[in-house]
Design a protein around this ligand. Structure first.
Ligand code: CAA
Length: 258
């Protein structure tokens, strides 16, 4: 891998986009490597993933403008599909993915963070969808996920004005869950990932799937999605151990993912 590194830290996988010369901008090669990295994650050994960018200036400064500058309509659409497919893989990845946003999250950078389950950022983070200023629409999910996360009015304002927002505003509108000093961001992400990893993995994964799938359907169907998820956890070793421990006033010493 040239542009993406992967580190396994206990049950936590850390994926770092590493193309500092272009502020970690996403060209086709970077997208391919992100996809290959997620494909290679051992789901038996990993219970949460952190996605971040290399350096202290940028998480991801967007899709690669140089690569996009000469695309035809057909090539543009195909490039959008490549990004969308990779981001959808992250969104539907069986285990939770936390975006640790360590600087610029513009265009495709804001979009990849929105395909993650949870976003936390450093105090120097900057978010935005600057695409219309480049003559294009957001193309890796921005027109869809931003409105779902912060509401249509705020998403439209951000996209139509192409105006960037700082970390405190991203927190205020609910785009990120928390803001940390840069030096504390990765520790905070690791702490959150460790808390997730301590819980019963089958239940965490079923919760992710149920939340995602339920948001795509009406409430009558959504509660059925939940019932299936809920039911699927019963008769697992971890369900039995978790409830037995509660009843015995003890704690489970490590869920087994069984
Ligand atoms: N694509 C390609 N190269 C990029 C890039 C991008 N999105 N963002 C930054 N770079 C490159 C710059 O061209 C520059 O390269 P050189 O040193 O070779 O000139 C290098 O990274 C450093 O960038 P700057 O000198 O511009 O750094 P800065 O501190 O002055 O500014 C910035 C930082 C405000 C993030 C600025 O780089 C910037 O505005 N970048 C573009 C942001 C953007 O518009 N992103 C959206 C892209 S479109 C998109 O993502 C479409 C989609 O939805 C799929």
């Amino acid at each position: 891998m040239e542009f993406v590194t992967y580190e396994q830290d206990g049950f936590v996988g850390i994926v770092t986009i590493n193309r500092p010369k272009a502020l970690n901008a996403l060209n086709s090669d970077v997208l391919k490597e992100i996809e290959a990295t997620f494909d290679a994650i051992d789901l038996d050994a990993t219970r949460a993933v952190i996605l971040t960018g290399a350096g202290e200036k940028s998480f991801v400064a967007g899709a690669d403008i140089g690569e996009m500058s000469t695309l035809t309509k057909e090539e543009g659409e195909a490039f959008g599909k490549v990004g969308n497919d990779v981001f959808r893989k992250i969104e539907t990845f069986p285990i939770p993915v936390i975006a640790a946003i360590n600087g610029f999250a513009l265009g495709g950078g804001c979009e990849i963070s929105m395909s993650c389950d949870i976003r936390i950022c450093s105090d120097n983070a900057v978010f935005g969808q600057p695409e219309v200023g480049l003559g294009i629409t957001p193309g890796f999910g921005g027109t869809q996920r931003l409105a779902r996360l912060v509401g249509a009015g705020k998403a439209k304002e951000m996209i139509y004005t192409a105006f960037n927002i700082k970390a405190d505003e991203a927190y205020r509108i609910g785009l990120v869950n928390a803001v940390y000093p840069q030096a504390e961001l990765m520790d905070a992400a690791k702490k959150m990932a460790a808390k997730i990893a301590k819980n019963a993995p089958i239940a965490v994964r079923a919760s992710k799937k149920a939340i995602n799938e339920g948001l795509d359907v009406d409430m009558d169907q959504a509660i059925v999605v939940e019932e299936k998820a809920f039911g699927s956890c019963f008769e697992t070793e971890d369900q039995r151990a978790g409830m037995e421990a509660f009843l015995n006033k003890t704690k489970v010493d490590g869920f087994k993912n069984k």
